[in-house]
Design a protein around this ligand. Structure first.
Ligand SMILES: [Mg+2]
Length: 281
């Protein structure tokens, strides 16, 4: 039996919590698809564990097999509602920070956070290996990222800086993670650990922190409700990395649906794996 691993972002990818409409039946079809014995499901989100659990409940999402949380800095195996954090993943990423935690990094960067544009996010949005700030849209992102990288490099801290825009409230989100703790590295780690490869994995996303995966060798789909800037960046990055054959932008008109959210995910999965369309109808 050919296995398929579906990795999907939550907010505005599987969750219809953006401005655009969700096609009726799209989420039901998604649920039916992932209930197949051939299909494994991973949620890959910026949310922390409790917030993923509340999204699952609110939107009546199917139970996942794995959850990559906190933008890639946590990885859980989920079985019968029991969430087991991967120690191997935590050890893998902790080396990038030389044993420091997000609280230590917060101190190292304290004076930079004096900038009126940069505000520490709420405590519950921080985690051991994720330091998160709000960033005003008018801030000079490039200059700030350079300063942060420089400051951390002085301490031999290898970090990934991931920027997204929360369009619901028009604010930038800047996450500082161990260098290897991006969504891409977490997805590739999961694939390797579970014996999946590029021929039987599909990733779906919509925004900035999904770009590393969207532009990678992992076959990916960008849902139709994605912001124009993200579409342009994803296409440009995929072209640069010569992975355009593994990048699909949902168009709509698939099974009479609009390509937004879960309709886009399904359209992308059927694009890469046409035989799965029968499992969606
Ligand atoms: Mg999203």
């Amino acid at each position: 039996m050919q296995q398929l691993l579906i990795c999907t972002d939550l907010d505005r990818t599987l969750l219809p919590n953006g401005k655009q409409a969700e096609s009726p039946m799209a989420r039901e079809r998604f649920t039916r698809l992932v209930a197949r014995p051939e299909v494994s499901l991973a949620y890959v989100s910026g949310r922390h564990r409790a917030s993923v659990e509340s999204a699952i409940e609110t939107y009546q999402l199917p139970a996942p097999d794995w959850v990559v949380g906190d933008v890639g800095s946590t990885l859980y195996h989920v079985r019968d509602n029991d969430w087991e954090a991967s120690q191997i993943w935590e050890q893998t990423i902790s080396g990038d920070w030389q044993g420091w935690t997000a609280l230590d990094l917060q101190e190292i960067l304290e004076d930079l956070a004096d900038s009126p544009h940069l505000t520490l996010q709420e405590t519950q949005k921080q985690s051991r290996y994720k330091l998160s700030y709000y960033l005003a849209l008018e801030a000079d992102l490039m200059a700030l990222q350079e300063k942060i990288h420089q400051r951390l490099a002085e301490k031999n801290i290898a970090a990934s800086l991931i920027y997204s825009v929360d369009e619901a409230v028009n604010v930038g989100l800047l996450d500082i993670l161990p260098a290897r703790a991006t969504k891409l590295h977490a997805v590739e780690f999961l694939m390797q650990q579970q014996g999946f490869d590029y021929s039987n994995t599909v990733f779906a996303g919509d925004s900035g922190n999904d770009l590393p995966v969207l532009a990678s060798s992992v076959p990916s789909v960008l849902v139709a409700n994605a912001h124009r800037d993200v579409i342009d960046q994803a296409q440009a990055q995929a072209q640069e990395q010569e992975t355009l054959d593994r990048f699909y932008l949902a168009q709509g008109n698939f099974l009479g649906m609009n390509g937004n959210y879960s309709a886009g995910i399904l359209e992308g999965i059927a694009y890469y794996h046409p035989h799965t369309q029968a499992w969606m109808e």
